[in-house]
Design a protein around this ligand. Structure first.
Ligand code: G3P
Length: 216
């Protein structure tokens, strides 16, 4: 079985992004060259990320456009120049249209750029399962940022989502409210291939220790 994937979403937390990004990532030094740990970062920190060796970075969102006359865009092409190898897409805090999802997924596939397509329920997992992306992430919005984990509150939905994703050859990740190793273990037992976590790591007293404590 492949290693469980851990995606740490830095969101836009003050202690982890912008001018704090470099010191935050320095504190995460023990996760350099750890292939199954990925940090999802805002595009403003792409150049900083590029200057830091050994981490795996995804964007938090991306545009489908390439280089050209696209004012305000953040393209995969630019992200890749900075060593960013994938992106979250359609996160609950950054929902996008179905049309945009389809364009990003299509372009990403042609560039071998990983997409973690976020879904808020089993119905969305089903709807997205026909798209050509590697991961679908189930995150119930009402549990995001809270203390009750998706694996505790929605085990049946996870089971269902895992089946739907597997049937179309995708890996199902889960996120929302994950704070403990038990939450991660339960997610894996239910069939998840990995987890997404934000507040439980980024806002912890010691983010690196909090992340270490989740790794099974
Ligand atoms: O993308 C992960 C995120 O939405 C989960 O947030 O704070 O519940 O771990 P959190």
């Amino acid at each position: 079985m492949a290693d469980t994937l851990y995606i740490v979403n830095l969101k836009h937390y003050r202690n982890a992004v912008g001018r704090s990004f470099r010191s935050f990532m320095e504190s995460m030094g023990r996760f350099r060259h750890v292939e199954n740990v990925v940090f999802a970062i805002p595009h403003v920190n792409f150049p900083d990320a590029h200057a830091m060796d050994g981490f795996r970075f995804f964007a938090q969102d991306i545009d489908p456009s390439g280089f050209g006359a696209y004012t305000g865009s953040v393209s995969m092409d630019v992200a890749m120049e900075y060593g960013i190898s994938g992106t979250l897409l359609n996160h609950s805090e950054r929902r996008v249209s179905d049309e945009r999802i389809a364009s990003v997924v299509q372009r990403a596939a042609s560039l071998s750029f990983d997409v973690v397509l976020c879904a808020r329920d089993a119905e969305e997992v089903r709807r997205f399962s026909s798209l050509n992306c590697r991961y679908i992430a189930y995150e119930p919005p009402e549990l995001i940022g809270g203390n009750i984990s998706v694996s505790t509150a929605r085990p049946e939905v996870i089971r269902q989502a895992v089946e739907i994703a597997r049937a179309s050859g995708k890996s199902l990740l889960v996120g929302a409210g994950i704070k403990s190793r038990g939450d991660v273990e339960k997610s894996i037992d239910l069939g998840a291939s990995g987890i997404l976590v934000a507040s439980g790591v980024v806002l912890a007293n010691s983010p690196p220790d909090a992340l270490s404590s989740l790794i099974v």
